[in-house]
Design a protein around this ligand. Sequence first.
Ligand SMILES: O=C(O)C(=O)C[C@]1(C(=O)O)C=C[C@@H](O)C=C1
Length: 87
Amino acid sequence: MKGSIKMLLEQKRNNINQINNELIALLEKRFDLCKDIGKIKAQNNLPIFDENREQIILKQVEEQSTNYPKEVKNVFQTIMQQAKNIE
Ligand SMILES: O=C(O)C(=O)C[C@]1(C(=O)O)C=C[C@@H](O)C=C1
């Protein structure tokens, strides 16, 4: 591979690594909050799954995304599935 292409790839991958770090930090915070919500729900005999809340979030994130609405929506579906596993 040409040296300049290698450098360009490396630069882009460094940017991705930085974003991965930020995403992980935010996911940790989000899952912590979901764990708190899970405790509150357990103490009050409320179900973990709240379909109405999930639909609101999915609609919001889809509308908020400029270039990748379907992909962003799918990511949030996965995040909320994992949140329910944690709760
Ligand atoms: O808001 C809640 O009630 C949550 O439990 C959090 C959360 C989420 O990840 O945003 C997870 C599960 C519910 O089905 C809805 C939303």
